[in-house]
Design a binder for this molecule. Sequence first.
Ligand SMILES: [Zn+2]
Length: 241
Amino acid sequence: MVIIMKKYLSVLLSFIIIVLSLLYCKIQQVSTDTIYKNSFPIIIIDAGHGGEDGGAVADDRTLEKNINLEISLKLSDIMSVFGYKIKSIRTTDTDLHTEGDTIRQRKVSDINHRYDIMNSYDNCLYVSVHQNKFSNSRIHGAQTFYSPNNDESKTLADFIQKSISSQLQHDNNRVIKKSGTDIFLLYKATKPTVMVECGFISNTDELNNLKNYNYQQQMALSIAFGIINYNISEVKNGSEV
Ligand SMILES: [Zn+2]
């Protein structure tokens, strides 16, 4: 019964997403024909951390890696519904390291493998999903970072940030931010690459939201709309993604 209900909910969710997407495209005054006549980039969805690397830890011991994975899996499902090909960096609680005696060495190995996957695709967008943490627990709201190496990364980040602000976090006035050397993947990336910090797990209300299935779904949908609108804008401009 539970399985049947889950299947039913999954089908219902897919239907809702399709209806929303059609409405959204209509709002954007872009024909769906325009979208489907053009080749789609591979969407590489990178659930940050994993395995022994839990990422940030909330006061209630919630690990960032688990929220990253939940949102990434939902984002993957949504993008697939829209017809995009997906490459998931991870779909379980694992990391990608293949060598290293110390945690730091294994972390370097992990990041290098994520970077190699990015470089194994010509036509791709790389979207890394993370959660933020700060000493001041009042700080909240998503922020999207972009690779400094090409304009497409900045444009993609802007679409995603505006989508999250307009659809989910209405009081979010944050602006996108260029990555420094501290975010290795973005700093080294040559493909359109962004990192979405979906919220602060140091803020109790936001943490509760980020742990909530429906909120995760809405976050994934907001990111998806940002990616799709970016893609549409690139198609309209006649440029390759
Ligand atoms: Zn992180």
